[in-house]
Structures are given as structure tokens and as C-alpha cells.
Design a protein around this ligand. Structure first.
Ligand code: DAH
Length: 350
């Protein structure tokens, strides 16, 4: 047997016995048996040293070896492809960094800011007041009778109660933002000359309610007030017509429905045509085609007196609306709890 024959047999054996378990080993195999510096190439190069009459036969053997080396390579490759890769993925430093998630604005924030924007453009300022306030600011000055149900512990969170009877010094979590209108009007008491008040007052309010899809113990309102000489009901209507036109879909209708509040006279509730069904009737508007968005009215002379403003000389209107309600209509939010659950699947939509 020639040396060449021995070498060929030897390499055949090596190839058959070879096993690879990783890409690195496969590459080692490739370099050793297939690569241009591998043993098979080497044998091809030494073909010229073989006697000319044997070259043909040896050449055929070498070709067989080469084919077999390639076949094994293909087998190994397939085997590795089928195996799950346990080696850690190589780090590609050229990849862009993972995007950092930016937050979105809460829908109530978006709507509150839009409300502020609409009113600021027509000359309203923005005012703020305490969320924990006395019975006087939350109820008394606003003309709530002593036995009014809102003064009941069932309806209102009392922080401090001075006995069974209502007292102006009882402390409550405010049930509406109307406490701020009293504080604004009161500031006039010590002023030399009356300065007209035209302000909106957004903020949190609290009521003793069981949390459900339709009620929450904490929600948001925007109060509005305009006090000056010769402010009439027409001004109230104009202002709220303007607000609805700016806030809601074009073509939204508005109606004033007579109502009652202890602190306004006359009083009206404001309905708009349902944004969900367009006024045809659905379960959001309880099939009436209308939804209530605000309470309003001319400030009761007694309330002006309570704040030291002369009702013979000054008049004004006030209104109050729920931000959750307006957001619900604008974005079709069907469950109040979504606003406070911090579910990113909800929040990401805004
Ligand atoms: N304070 C009322 C409420 O919480 C809303 C309201 C109604 C505010 C009429 C007003 C108003 O200023 O004039 O339901």
C-alpha cells in the first residue's frame, strides 16, 4: 500500500469518527478537512509526486475523499441547525439601543388642559383652592340648608366633626370645587375697589361613594365664575355655547334645562347631544340622545352677600362640570375606574 493510500484511508477514518457539538467545532472541522489549508487540499497538492500511471486512480480516490468530507460537513451543519443553540447570543455592539419608553399624558390631564385653554382665551384666569375645607366654604356660604343631605356623613367625608349638628367649623374633603368661588369672592372684601372676577377652578373633589364603573370617591371638576356689573344669563349662555363648540365635535347641540342648586337662582343644567350615538339614543345617554355635562346658574344674591359683595350692584354666573364625564364623552371611556388603575394598555391610547 502506498503512503498516499494510507493517508487517504486515515483521513477517511478521521472524517467518519469526527463529531461536532458546536459552531466552533464545525469551523474547526471545516478548516481541517475542507479549507484551503486543510489536509485534503494538502493531499491534492502532493498528487504531483505520485507516479504518472497511478495519478488517475489516486485522483479519483482524492475526489471521493473530498466529496465525503463535504457530505459530513453538510450533515454536521444540519444537525447543529436542528439543535437549540445553548451558547449565549453574541453581542452586536453596532445595534441601536433599546428605545426608552416615554410616558403619555393622562386623558384627564389632556382634557383639563384643553378646558383651561378654551377659557383662558376668552379672558378667564385659573384659580386654586384647598381640598380640605370647612363646612362654611363647602356648604354654608353656598346656601346649603342645615339639613341638606350632602351634609350627611353618608355622602361627605368629614375630616373633623364638631358635634351632631352641622357647624361652620366642621372640616370636610370638599365635595365640589364651588368652595373656591366663595374664596375668590371673599378676597374682594378688603379691596378698595371691586375688581371683576372671571376665573375657572379645576381640582379634585371627594364624595362618599362606593367605587364602581359609574361612581368614584374621588374625581375632578372645573368650576367657573364671572362676577361684574351687568352680567346676565345671556353671558352664561354665550360662554357655555362657546365652550361646547370648542370642546366637542362640530354639530354638537346644547340645551339648558331648568334645575335647582342652593347657590344659584335661576339654575340650569347643561346637556349636549350624545357624543356616542349622535343623539339617536344609546345606553350612555340612557336612550334620551342627551347627556348632562354641567350645572350652572346666576349666583344667588345671598351667596354674594355671604361674601360681602353687594347684589344690588353686582351680578354673576357660575358653572361646574365634571372632567371625568367630559373625558368619557370625548374618548368613550366606559368605566370610571380606568382613570385610576394605571393600566398602560389604557394609558397608551392617549
Ligand atoms: N357644585 C355643583 C356640583 O358639584 C356643580 C355646580 C352647579 C357648580 C351649578 C356651579 C353651579 O358653580 O353654578 O354638582
Amino acid at each position: 500500500m502506498t503512503q498516499m493510500q494510507t493517508n487517504v484511508d486515515d483521513i477517511h477514518r478521521q472524517i467518519e469518527q469526527y463529531a461536532v457539538t458546536s459552531k466552533e467545532e464545525l469551523e474547526q472541522y471545516r478548516q481541517r478537512f475542507i479549507g484551503r489549508k486543510g489536509v485534503v487540499t494538502e493531499l491534492f497538492e502532493s498528487l504531483k509526486t505520485v507516479a504518472p500511471e497511478d495519478r488517475r486512480a489516486v485522483g479519483q480516490q482524492l475526489n471521493g475523499l473530498k466529496t465525503r468530507a463535504q457530505e459530513r460537513f453538510d450533515e454536521f451543519t444540519q444537525l447543529l441547525d436542528e439543535q437549540p443553540d445553548s451558547s449565549p447570543a453574541p453581542v452586536d455592539l453596532t445595534l441601536p439601543t433599546a428605545p426608552s419608553l416615554t410616558g403619555t399624558q393622562h386623558p384627564l390631564t389632556i382634557v383639563r388642559q384643553r378646558i383651561i385653554q378654551i377659557f383662558e382665551r376668552i379672558g378667564f384666569t385659573v384659580a386654586d383652592g384647598p381640598e380640605i375645607d370647612s363646612d362654611w366654604y363647602n356648604f354654608g356660604a353656598l346656601n346649603f340648608p342645615l339639613n341638606h343631605p350632602a351634609r350627611d356623613m353618608q355622602d361627605t367625608f368629614f375630616v373633623q366633626k364638631n358635634g351632631n349638628e352641622a357647624s361652620p367649623d366642621d372640616m370636610v374633603l370638599r365635595t365640589h370645587t364651588s368652595n373656591v368661588q366663595i374664596r375668590l369672592m371673599e378676597q374682594q372684601r378688603n379691596a378698595d375697589t371691586f375688581r371683576p372676577i372671571r376665573a375657572i377652578m379645576p381640582g379634585r373633589v371627594y364624595r362618599n361613594e362606593t367605587i364602581s364603573a359609574r361612581a368614584h370617591c374621588m374625581f375632578h371638576q372645573v368650576e367657573g365664575i364671572y362676577i361684574d356689573r351687568n352680567v346676565g344669563f345671556k353671558d352664561l349662555k354665550d360662554t357655555l355655547y362657546h365652550f361646547v363648540k370648542e370642546m366637542f365635535e362640530p354639530g354638537t347641540r346644547i340645551r339648558f334645562r331648568p334645575s335647582y342648586f342652593p347657590f344659584t337662582e335661576p339654575s340650569a343644567e347643561i346637556d349636549i347631544s350624545c357624543q356616542i350615538c349622535g343623539g339617536k339614543g344609546c345606553n350612555i345617554c340612557k336612550h334620551s340622545g342627551w347627556v348632562e355635562i354641567a350645572g350652572s346658574g346666576m349666583v344667588d344674591p345671598q351667596v354674594l352677600l355671604n361674601c360681602g359683595i353687594d347684589p344690588e350692584e353686582f351680578t354673576g354666573f357660575a358653572f361646574g362640570m365634571g372632567i371625568e364625564r367630559i373625558t368619557q364623552l370625548k374618548y368613550r371611556v366606559n368605566d370610571l375606574r380606568l382613570y385610576t388603575e394605571n393600566d398602560v394598555r389604557f394609558l397608551n391610547q392617549f
